[in-house]
Design a protein around this ligand. Structure first.
Ligand code: AMP
Ligand code: ZN
Length: 110
């Protein structure tokens, strides 16, 4: 089982901020901004493209959950990122949406 599947199964702890039938959101263990939440499907898909192909409604739900969290926190703006592939920085191969906010975010990202 992958590390995020283990978080879903409560086999390892996480600082959970939102849960629904299909979606879990928790604080990133190594936050890169005052808000750095990972929003994930409870089902294992390797990356965002696989999630889009296999469960497009779930992909949309994940984006909506991120927006809901941002609105609750009254974030001025936010960035959503799906790192895909090792050279883009993907280290966990269970699709996860990074929600970053609470500070000015530079562009382009590193
Ligand atoms: P990525 O590099 O896009 O694959 O993102 C993986 C993210 O998961 C990184 O930002 C890590 O800090 C985060 N992460 C890894 N393990 C955990 C964990 N046990 N709990 C919370 N976040 C984690
Ligand atoms: Zn998984």
């Amino acid at each position: 089982m992958c590390i995020f599947c283990k978080i879903v199964a409560r086999e390892i702890p996480a600082d959970i901020v939102f849960e629904s039938i299909n979606v879990l959101a928790f604080n990133d263990i190594s936050p890169q901004a005052p808000t750095h939440v990972l929003v994930i499907p409870k089902w294992h898909h390797e990356n965002a493209a696989e999630l889009a192909a296999q469960a497009p409604g779930l992909l949309a739900e994940i984006v909506s959950v991120a927006d809901q969290i941002a609105k609750e926190r009254e974030l001025d703006g936010y960035r959503l990122a799906f790192n895909t592939g090792e050279s883009a920085g993907q280290t966990v191969f269970h699709a996860h949406l990074h929600l970053l906010g609470g500070r000015a975010l530079g562009w382009p990202p590193g």
